[in-house]
Write a protein that binds this ligand. Structure first.
Ligand SMILES: [Zn+2]
Length: 247
């Protein structure tokens, strides 16, 4: 009787690219896992740009969205700088109540055409984390919309207003990568950049102060996350990605 199978080993992600665009729902989404990978890539000379669909303004119970939004934008900009990212854009969609739909696809497609990346990164948009914890609705909406927006960005006849705005189609995206997906089969070794990932998450000071539980300690949370993926890549720490090839 043996129905417990060892998980498959991860394969290293392709690192033969120059520019990536990370599209996530909230400030802190990149830092709960992906930021150490970004630190590795910017250290290799790659360019990574962050696009936040919301400003995370509904993320702190004790603070009104009007006060919270600008504070969380500032924390995200500081957090991105720690891992070598100097462009952070905010699309201004409403936090907590994002809807998958054409307005979201169009705004992400515009960002893809503006930045013309080789790789697009988003966060896990499967229903759960690790088959256990429920994912959050905004993450699911953004991930699905990002997959579709990458194709929209390549098609001149979808969202024709974007061409009128000066954004020509971009069909150079090679893959979409979803960080932390339970369906991941690839990962990147972040052992040397683990501390940068922790420092990046720690920049979300007000957010972490308002948070309780297992996610409030950057070091502890990221060690658990990084070790789990590392054990399948054969490294101390790693970030897992589900890879959706486009070409
Ligand atoms: Zn989030």
């Amino acid at each position: 009787m043996n129905d417990q199978q060892a998980p498959e080993p991860f394969e290293p992600v392709d690192e033969d690219w120059q520019t990536a665009l990370a599209v996530v729902a909230h400030p802190d989404d990149m830092e709960y896992g992906g930021a150490a990978a970004v630190a590795r890539w910017t250290a290799q000379g790659k360019k990574v740009v962050y696009v936040m669909v919301t400003s995370g303004e509904a993320g702190i119970d004790s603070m009104s969205p009007e006060d919270c939004g600008p504070l969380r934008e500032a924390e995200q900009i500081a957090s991105a700088a720690v891992v070598g990212v100097d462009t952070v854009e905010f699309l201004g969609h409403p936090d907590g109540v994002l809807e998958y739909g054409l307005p979201l696809r169009r705004d992400i497609a515009r960002a893809v055409r503006r930045h013309r990346p080789d790789i697009v990164i988003t966060s896990n948009f499967r229903e759960t984390y690790g088959g256990v914890f429920l994912n959050q609705a905004d993450h699911i909406a953004v991930g699905r919309a990002t997959l579709d927006a990458v194709r929209d960005a390549a098609n001149r006849w979808v969202f024709r207003e974007l061409v009128a705005e000066g954004y020509e189609p971009w069909n150079g995206v090679r893959a979409v990568w979803a960080a932390g997906s339970p369906e991941s089969r690839h990962a990147v070794d972040t052992t040397k950049h683990f501390d940068k990932g922790v420092a990046s998450l720690a920049e979300h000071k007000a957010y972490l102060a308002g948070l309780g539980g297992a996610m409030a300690d950057p070091q502890e949370f990221l060690e658990g996350f990084g070790r789990g993926a590392g054990s399948r890549l054969g490294t101390r720490f790693a970030v897992p990605f589900e890879v959706f090839p486009l070409r």
